[in-house]
Design a protein around this ligand. Structure first.
Ligand SMILES: O=C(O)C(=O)C[C@H](O)C(=O)CO
Ligand code: ZN
Length: 276
């Protein structure tokens, strides 16, 4: 398990490119036939990638989780960004197509991931956060999610934001999760940008051509830094950091949040004139 400690805004100001990438970027999340996990101390969020081939892959606990079962004291949200696949949770099968999601609650004992066609494997992205109560397991499709049409053509930020794990769609303890797809011809996400010190956030950029890159903006609003991000790479975003990006081509991203509240609109917007 890859471990990421929390960094303060002060030390982040002094980071060079390698230090920024080592602390905030997860580059190698999807490996054929493996479950990969990164444990971030930002709200103890575990971010993972699962690419099942011919055999199912199991969600297993590790020392860092501190309990025999991975979900003994955690909840998990899963989004499939690959070919058709199946998640089997305590004997129930959930078939997930591209951008379908699944919420599994605290107390789920056995979780297995499989691909329908090993030649076009499922690519499951997951985010898990500590939990204190057991809610209902739920599959959520793009049509079940709350859809927000955001942005304007003249601001080059037209996008569809879908809230999948959100109090009005699927009850959870703290996890909030969704997918934003940028329309063709637009390049920006989450600009004007914001912070939300009550919650941390994780971004998985996906649906990009091999040569496309997103220039992801992070850091304090008056001390911005950037990360150059490729397809299927994830960003860890502390509550004090802005999180916004501009692509050289089309892309989407899975966002997730954990922390003190589940109020999506609890954001501190940054005035353009205050960005540095
Ligand atoms: O397109 C957007 O705007 C987003 O997806 C916003 C993120 O989800 C976010 O930052 C929520 O706090
Ligand atoms: Zn945010």
């Amino acid at each position: 398990m890859d471990i990421r400690q929390s960094c303060s805004p002060g030390e982040t100001r002094g980071f060079d490119t390698t230090q920024l990438r080592t602390n905030y970027l997860i580059e190698d999340l999807f490996r054929a036939g493996e479950v990969s996990m990164t444990y971030s101390h930002l709200d103890r969020t575990v971010v993972g990638g699962v690419v099942p081939q011919a055999k199912p892959l199991l969600l297993k606990s590790e020392k860092q989780i501190g309990s025999p079962g991975f979900l003994d004291r955690r909840e998990i949200g899963v989004v499939n960004i690959g070919g058709e696949g199946r998640v089997t949770a305590d004997g129930t099968d959930y078939d997930l197509a591209w951008t379908d999601a699944l919420y599994l609650p605290m107390g789920t004992a056995d979780v297995a991931f499989s691909s329908t066609d090993a030649a076009n494997p499922a690519r499951f992205y997951f985010v898990s956060t500590p939990a204190h109560a057991t809610h209902k397991a739920q599959k959520i499709t793009a049509d079940d999610a709350i859809l927000l049409d955001l942005g304007t053509q003249s601001d080059a930020n037209v996008r569809k934001l879908r809230q999948y794990i959100h109090p009005e769609v699927c009850a959870s303890c703290q996890l909030v999760m969704g997918v934003t797809l940028i329309e063709d011809g637009s390049v920006w996400n989450t600009m004007p940008c914001h912070t939300h010190d009550r919650r941390s956030e994780a971004y998985l950029y996906f649906d990009m051509q091999p040569k496309t890159r997103v220039i992801h903006l992070m850091g304090e609003p008056q001390e911005t830094r950037h990360l150059v991000v490729g397809n299927e790479q994830a960003i860890l975003s502390p509550g004090w950091s802005i999180h916004s990006g501009c692509g050289t081509g089309r892309y989407g991203f899975v966002w997730s949040m954990a922390g003190d509240n589940q109020d999506f609109t609890d954001m501190d917007f940054v005035d353009m004139g205050d960005l540095r």
